[in-house]
Design a protein. Structure first.
Length: 227
């Protein structure tokens, strides 16, 4: 079954089968696809993205359609609005499909060149209660997560140092396909998110969505929910 991206991960986890298990460090495969995600930069053309996804055989994975160079892989969806074309691709990663990558491409108005404007990467674990890769950090007894908390403030109510392993990351940046005037008009800004699942002292799980504050250069709690 196709897994969903970070923005709707909460719904997927809430309905997942509860399994026994505990959090653990990143596997080699998770590290491989995390590195791939990092190397994919917003603003890249379809060809540049293909080089990262497929390596030296990337040309075999590209095709010309309606004047545009696109991935040979079937897109999940294709749209045209106000002279701009959009394509969404979904990838199940690795042999066991324990992670997935989603990519959104868009063209400038009346252009044929697709550029990467959005990306997300999610990691799942069958041996955890939430079916997500859970953080190695645990919320302290009586600790309360609040919206607006900085990463440092959240760290202070967790065991150990740092936030531990995340289960999802995503980023969006429209600047490569929209003018500054259009970006201001539609209120589109670049964004970056991380999603964590923290075990609690009572055996529960807390999902926390962190958004990056580009002015203060820190992640802050944008939302949270008990699982």
């Amino acid at each position: 079954m196709k897994r969903m991206t970070t923005t709707v991960l909460a719904a997927m986890i809430a309905g997942a089968t509860v399994c026994a298990g505990s959090a653990s460090a990143a596997t080699k495969e998770e590290t491989k696809y995390t590195t791939q995600y990092t190397n994919l930069k917003t603003g890249m053309t379809m060809t540049e993205v293909a080089k990262i996804l497929y390596g030296k055989d990337y040309k075999k994975q590209l095709v010309k359609k309606s004047g545009s160079t696109v991935l040979k892989k079937q897109a999940e969806s294709t749209e045209i609005s106000y002279g701009q074309k959009t394509k969404f691709y979904y990838f199940t990663n690795g042999k066991n499909g324990d992670s997935d990558t989603s990519l959104i491409f868009m063209t400038k108005k009346n252009s044929s060149v697709y550029r990467l404007i959005g990306k997300s990467f999610d990691i799942y674990r069958e041996n955890t209660k939430s079916a997500a890769r859970e953080s190695t950090r645990k919320l302290a007894k009586g600790a309360k997560v609040k919206k607006g908390m900085t990463a440092k403030q959240l760290d202070a109510i967790l065991s150990g140092t740092g936030l531990g392993e995340w289960t999802g990351i995503e980023a969006t940046d429209w600047s490569s396909i929209q003018s500054k005037a259009d970006l201001a008009a539609i209120g589109a800004e670049k964004s970056s998110y991380k999603t964590y699942v923290f075990p609690t002292s009572t055996g529960g799980r807390k999902m926390v969505l962190m958004s990056y504050d580009y002015k203060k250069k820190t992640f802050k709690v944008a939302d949270h929910m008990s699982l």
